[in-house]
Design a protein around this ligand. Structure first.
Ligand SMILES: O=C(O)CCC(=O)C(=O)O
Ligand SMILES: [Fe+2]
Length: 330
């Protein structure tokens, strides 16, 4: 049975009606490849000077790029490889099974593919994802190896994300226990992405341009490449580093830092030949958490995660786009 979602059937009408569209997404020009700032977390355990330098370098990257890479992050390669193997296994299941309502005993929205609300080439995506809210993990079958691997990874990712968020907070004078108070291992989520080879790489994306709805994201990607970020008005490709995890600032940290740290628009381009996998850990607060800028005058109204999400759902329905933080500008 076929594993691929029915992208072609779903997108046929848009592809045909857009055959002469001038505004095709420009996804296949020669993009400059960029090595993101590389932060060696082992420096945090050297002397106080090295530690301070490392924290400042992280803050600087969050200000200038909204993105950086980390090495010596204490997540074992073996665990990352195991997560990828489990991810491959789950996506290799027949599409009919993956799209069942109770697939893996998770909620209906967990398995996603393409962009169901797409109306034009601009918002077509050629990928599938398993988006697991970590509070749902206990619903999965206990003896499932996917579940135990995700649990193991989520624990490490949560620890790492909290540390990164706290180091970043030091540069801004945010109190040390802010994240401990507002986030819990079950408030975050893990999104496993699969990008199948796409026959129309010049017409659509792997994932459409977006910012992340969280404090920060930790991405483990394979060596295929395709992740791009927008910097100074141009798109650049992130060069995969086999030893590193990618970290990016999300909307909530941009709001909390009063615009100092940047939640940068990023996307994944489609690839005609090679399948790609990535796993994104979204470090999020609990639903009730109210996010308020750490300095005055505030650029943003305060909002709860719940309000933010509801606004996104409304905007996606009405416009096909999440809009995001600009909705909450004062
Ligand atoms: O696949 C990637 O490298 C990034 C994925 C991503 O941006 C996301 O899942 O939000
Ligand atoms: Fe993202």
């Amino acid at each position: 049975m076929a594993i691929e979602p029915p992208f072609f059937e779903k997108y046929k009408a848009i592809l045909q009606s857009s055959a002469n569209e001038k505004e095709k997404p420009s996804t296949v020009e020669g993009f400059e490849e960029l090595e993101l700032p590389l932060i060696d977390l082992s420096h945090l355990n050297l002397g106080p000077l090295e530690r301070q330098e490392c924290i400042e370098k992280m803050g600087q990257a969050a200000i200038e790029w909204g993105f950086f890479q980390i090495v010596n992050h204490a997540v074992p390669d073996e665990l990352l490889n195991r997560l990828k193997q489990e991810q491959i296994k789950v996506f290799q299941q027949p599409f009919d099974k993956k799209s069942e309502n109770n697939f893996l005993n998770l909620s209906v929205q967990s398995y996603r593919w393409g962009n169901p609300l797409a109306t034009s080439l601009r918002n077509l995506s050629w990928s599938e994802a398993l988006h697991i809210s970590l509070k749902d993990i206990s619903k999965m079958d206990e003896y499932n190896k996917l579940r135990s691997t995700i649990e193991e990874y989520a624990e490490k990712a949560n620890f790492l994300a909290q540390r990164l968020a706290e180091y970043l907070a030091q540069n801004l004078g945010i109190k040390a226990n802010y994240f401990q108070e507002n986030c819990s291992p079950s408030s975050s989520s893990l999104r496993m992405n699969r990008y199948p080879p796409c026959p129309y790489p010049s017409m659509m994306f792997g994932i459409i341009p977006h910012t992340d709805t969280d404090f920060l994201t930790i991405v483990s990607q394979d060596q295929v490449g395709g992740l791009q970020l927008k910097t100074n008005g141009r798109w650049v490709s992130v060069k995969p580093n086999p030893k590193a995890l990618v970290v990016n600032i999300g909307d909530f940290y941009q709001a909390l830092s009063n615009g100092v740290y940047k939640s940068i628009t990023h996307r994944v381009i489609a690839n005609q030949e090679t399948e790609r996998y990535s796993a994104a850990y979204f470090y999020c607060p609990t639903y009730e958490t109210v996010i308020e800028s750490c300095s005055k005058p505030s650029l943003y109204k305060k909002f709860s995660f719940k309000e933010y999400r509801e606004q996104i759902q409304k905007d996606v329905k009405a416009t096909g786009d999440k809009v995001g933080l600009s909705r909450f500008l004062l």
